[in-house]
Write a protein that binds this ligand. Sequence first.
Ligand SMILES: [Zn+2]
Ligand SMILES: [Zn+2]
Ligand SMILES: [Zn+2]
Ligand SMILES: [Zn+2]
Length: 802
Amino acid sequence: MDLPVDEWKSYVLQKWSLLPKSIQVTISTAETLSDIFLHSSSLLQPEDEMFLKRLSRGYLVGKDPNAPLFYREEGNKKFQKKDYMGATVLYSKGVSHSRPNSEDISLCYANRSAALFHLGQYETCLKDIVRAQTHGYPERLQAKLLLRKAECLVTLGRPHEASQTISDLESNFAAKPTLAASQFQVLQRTLCRLKVKVQEKENLTETSPAALTKAFEDVDLREENEQISSTSSSVSLCTDPLKGRYLVATKDILPGELLVKEDAFVSVLNPGEMPPWHRGLESKWDTRATNGDLYCHRCLKHTLAPVPCDGCSYAKYCSQECMQQAWDLYHSIECSLGGLLLTLGVFCHIALRSTLLARFEEAGKVINKLCGEITNRDTCLPESKNLAQILSYDLGGESKNKGKTVETPIPGCDINGKYENNYNAVFSLLPHTGNHSPVHKFLCALSVSALCRQLEAASLQVFTTGLKSSKLKAAAAPVLYPELNIWGVAMLRHMLQLQCNAQAITTIQQTGSEKNLITNSRQVRLATGLFPVVSLLNHSCSPNTSVSFISTIATVRASQQIKKGQEILHCYGPHESRMGVAERRQKLRSQYFFDCNCPPCEREKQRPSQGPGREAFCCHRCRALLQGDDVLSCGSTSCTESVSRDHLVSQLQDLQRQVGMARKLLRNGELERAIQLLLGCRHAAESFLLAEHSVVGEIEDDLAQAYAALGDWEKSAAHLQKSLRVVEVRHGPTSVEMGHELFKLAQIFFNGFAIPEALNTIQQAEKVLLVHYGPWNDEIQELQKMKSCLLDLPPIPVGPNE
Ligand SMILES: [Zn+2]
Ligand SMILES: [Zn+2]
Ligand SMILES: [Zn+2]
Ligand SMILES: [Zn+2]
């Protein structure tokens, strides 16, 4: 997903292997990104571009005129089955394939408004009604839409507007004597009912719907850092030749303290499961919902009612405003490249978007000016100093930042020593040019060249759109080549930077159906972004911070106490509770090019190899730990049991298969059978796995899930507590994993009306989650609702006569 699709990767790999040795050597030994780019670019042939074009066509990103009807009908089917969520998604797909101001789009919006109404999403429903009307909803159907509008307004406690809508409706009837008598009666009855409701509401004091807008803006850094933007004053930026740039605490920091709150410089939504060309689908239109259907492509907010780009079916936004902003900032150029960008992958897309965003900054202006300098050498602009510095830094290769530029003590900082979330800082992130394999550099360079060619073909004025004057555009047009090459080099740099600096933007998604009272949550990757300030944090397999996201904003909180002078550390992925030391170190070396020397790595390195770990097997006779390599023998002196590792591994695989089957039963609602199977699994697990083995925890968790679905809260709680113990041993009592598990337990106690246990667990869950997420997290909000609900319960009557 991050890198280009496999077909293009293997195509480039083959192309590389067929290159003459001398050219391979030239590219492998090229010292600057500029040389790598220019050499590779000169090798891009028309047939390579044709191949890419064929791949790109596999993505349906344009507007297909036949799709709206198809999706509307599929949506109607779901609607009839009362699957309003499913219907909403399909109507959205219909909307995204419709042209603006067409009957298609207005009908899809109107149908979506009906589904949203049933989902209780009244505000959003109203928005869709307005959208249907502005796109030319047919006059003959207006009455239905106006009725829905009035119902929404009544429900939202806006009786005055509802009255207005009702009188609009009445005049609408008066104007249409042709309405069938039966229809007329239905409408009249509904109207009467509504009028009564309106009167009721008018007598009440209006309730404020503003409660919903308590956004994350409230969460703020207590005191902003003067040296590094988006950072609290409790940290400062240091640099040393070994570690590079890093952050340290300038005072004692408490768990939960907000250290960084940074909006992404750039982010690109991960497309999720897109229908690739080779997978046989029964219809060419995909009815599955992906992240791209449910999250705004600009701000990443979850939305049930996206508004599509006017020009393509791929880009969708939470609002007209986001659509307009995205268009102005980058989408006007990306719109026609949808298929190509999906083929070339998210990294390439981010590389393009970063350079497009740079146009709006000082650095971008300077890039434009520098391009101007190349065209007419007589104009030398003083402001270009800044960019000349940046580009010499880049084009000359990262190692030799050759003279005559302004020296700043720390790369990425401005002349005053301030580090900000801007293009200059993004540019300063290391591309590690020397560490990537030659063929990887070739793949990136060739992909970027193909993108540049396409940009050039799509519009000769692409890179000058920042310049409003048509005279300037005309001036720049004939010399696009050198200009594009500079941008190409910048994009190549970004692509290489991303391997170490890309930040996955994640969200917690609730899984399980609406019927399921216990929500399982899982972390999903929504997008990939560049955060120049977060990128300053070094890695530890046992970090002292926790990163979470709201929209495109990353927040970094201390997950434990950090003493003054200690380094602020964050985990790049390989966490000690999820991976063994060898696997972690291998991953960090291959992706991030360093050897991890964090305390857990040092500790685990010292210990004799094949240390027990928590995934170890135990003796089926005496439950002592089994030790050894190929043949394991019991650690207990009084026991002579021994068994081959292969045997145990295949036993574990068998067990996992069975657990998978049980989950399927659970999903299909076959609860009794699922429980039987899971109890069998647990029995099997006890004979050869330690009690803290992750699979044991998963089995207990699934059992809790099944009993909860049956309404047996007591058993459910008992199993979840066992799962909780496994999580605690594996991830630690204050880990975010522990927080999610405690949240589930709180729900179980709450549903089972075990009031003291529920209150106690809510408190524990809140305490853990607060440290990682801060107060506006969904789960914390939910916990608080549960708490106030429990505390507001009337006292239980003691006897019948009281
Ligand atoms: Zn948005
Ligand atoms: Zn578009
Ligand atoms: Zn480590
Ligand atoms: Zn034994």
